[in-house]
Design a protein around this ligand. Structure first.
Ligand SMILES: [Mg+2]
Length: 277
C-alpha cells in the first residue's frame, strides 16, 4: 500500500519514484501468484468479475465482446484448480451463460443468484423489485435523455455512460425514491451505472457462500475486479488469507493496480491455462 505523503518523502521526485516502485511490486504479485498457483493448484480458488475484468467495457453492456480463446482458457484454469473457479458479477446468470457458455460456477446479481441451489434458510432469494420502485425509477430515467434503464429482476440498473452530467441528479433521485418508499434497498455505483438492489447481499456474501462449499472451501481465494462493487469481495478474500486484485479503470486508477486492463487479466488466465499440462 502507498501510505507515505509528499511531505514525508521530501520531494515530488521521491514520491514519483516511490509510486513507480510500489506499482512494480503490486504488479509483481500477479506474476508470482501465477507461479504459486501452478505449483499448488489445490491451494487456490479464483473468483472474477465479468465486465471490465474479463471483457472490455463498451458503450452498451449488451454489446460486450468475448474475445476468442477466453472461454477455453477459463475452462482450462477451472480444470487446473479442480473446479475452484467462479464468476461473481452484477449480471444475471442468464447473461453469464450467454457470454461464457454453460457449466461455469457463478453468482449473478451481486450475490443474489447462484448456479447451485443454496442451503435452505441461508440464502438470498431473487424476487423482482417492488413495482412502485420500478415505476419511480422509470420516471427518473425519463427526465434525462441518455439514461438507460435495465431491469434485471431483483436489481434495477440505470446506465449513464451516454449522459455523464446526469450522474448527481440520478444518484440523489434514486436515494430520495428509496427513502420515500421506505424500502430496504441500497444503491451501488459501478462504472457509469448505478444499481438499486436489496440490502444484505453483495459480491462479498457471494464469496462467503462459495467458500463454504467444495471445491472452494479451505483454499486461498483470489478475487479479481475493476469497480467499487468488487471491494466487498476483495475484503472477504483478504480476510481468508487470499488476495483482492484490482483491474485499473474509472474506479481504480492509482497506477499500481495489479492489472492495468482486462486484457492483462485475460493474458494472465492464458498463462495459467498454458501451465496445466
Ligand atoms: Mg466490473
Amino acid at each position: 500500500m502507498l501510505t507515505r505523503s509528499r511531505n514525508e518523502t521530501g520531494s515530488h521526485n521521491d514520491e514519483a519514484s516511490l509510486v513507480a516502485h510500489q506499482a512494480a511490486s503490486e504488479r509483481g504479485i500477479v506474476a508470482s501468484l501465477a507461479l504459486d498457483i501452478a505449483g499448488n493448484p489445490d491451494g487456490f480458488a479464483i473468483f472474477t468479475d465479468f465486465d471490465g475484468t474479463l471483457v472490455d467495457i463498451v458503450g452498451r453492456p449488451e454489446d460486450v465482446v468475448v474475445p476468442r480463446g477466453l472461454r477455453t482458457d477459463i475452462r482450462r484454469v477451472r480444470t487446473l484448480l479442480g473446479g475452484a473457479f467462479a464468476i461473481v458479477t452484477g449480471r444475471t446468470l442468464t447473461e453469464v451463460g450467454r457470454f461464457l457458455g454453460k457449466g461455469l460456477d457463478a453468482s449473478g446479481l451481486h450475490g443474489i443468484e447462484f448456479t447451485f441451489a443454496p442451503p435452505a434458510g441461508q440464502s438470498p432469494r431473487a424476487g423482482d423489485a417492488p413495482r412502485e420502485l420500478v415505476e419511480g425509477i422509470v420516471r427518473i430515467v425519463a427526465a434525462d435523455p441518455g439514461l438507460r434503464l435495465e431491469n434485471k429482476g431483483a436489481i434495477i440498473a440505470v446506465h449513464y455512460r451516454q449522459a455523464p452530467a446526469a450522474h448527481g441528479r440520478l444518484r440523489s433521485g434514486l436515494l430520495d425514491l428509496i427513502a420515500a418508499l421506505r424500502l430496504d434497498h441500497q444503491i451501488k455505483e459501478g462504472r457509469a451505472v448505478i444499481e438499486v438492489m436489496p440490502r444484505g447481499q453483495s459480491k462479498g456474501t457471494a464469496l462467503l457462500e462459495f467458500m463454504q462449499r467444495t471445491p472452494f472451501a479451505g483454499r486461498r481465494p483470489i478475487m479479481i475486479g475493476d469497480d467499487r462493487a468488487d471491494e466487498d469481495a476483495f475484503a472477504v478474500a483478504r480476510e481468508a488469507g487470499g488476495f483482492g486484485l484490482r483491474v485499473a479503470g474509472e474506479h481504480f486508477n492509482r497506477g499500481d493496480e495489479p492489472f492495468a486492463h482486462a486484457r492483462e487479466v485475460r493474458a494472465w488466465l492464458a498463462t495459467l491455462a498454458g501451465r496445466m499440462s
